[in-house]
Design a protein around this ligand. Sequence first.
Ligand SMILES: O=C[C@H](O)[C@H](O)COP(=O)(O)O
Length: 163
Amino acid sequence: MGYRVAVGADIAGVEYKDLIKSDLAADERIDEVIDCGVAAGEDVDYPHVGVKVAKLVADGSVDRAVLVCGTGMGMAISANKVPGVRACTAHDSFSVERLVLSNDAQVLCLGQRVIGPFLARRLAKEFFGYDFDPSSSSAPKVAAISSYEAELGGTPDDAPASC
Ligand SMILES: O=C[C@H](O)[C@H](O)COP(=O)(O)O
């Protein structure tokens, strides 16, 4: 069975999102591509798209997602607010590899104002070439992220922070 994928962008990333959507739709490793917007010319701020897409990942509606904004950073910050989601900007092949193999990230974020379209498309393709190994030495580290997420519960901690 292939990947189910969601894509999303704000107005600063819609061109790359549409290119990547077409690439993924033609990729035999991928069964389904859901487009969460925006459509060309539509202006929705990135947090709304990023969280909508991340919720699809969190509830298991899709396996992975690709988000595009101007830098990729706002999308990543927004998507990571959804418990269970691991999202990050990655603009080189090694980072994309480690995003999956080290961090078990389900969401790749890209910046249309930072990298060119051919690199963006290549990185999106590469993202689906890796599978996280739950028996690897990276697994306990990812589990620690999940433990902190559960412990912190998404609400501000009243206790003073210290190192
Ligand atoms: O991270 C944010 C994105 O780059 C977004 O597309 C642009 O945000 P801005 O208009 O606040 O710079």
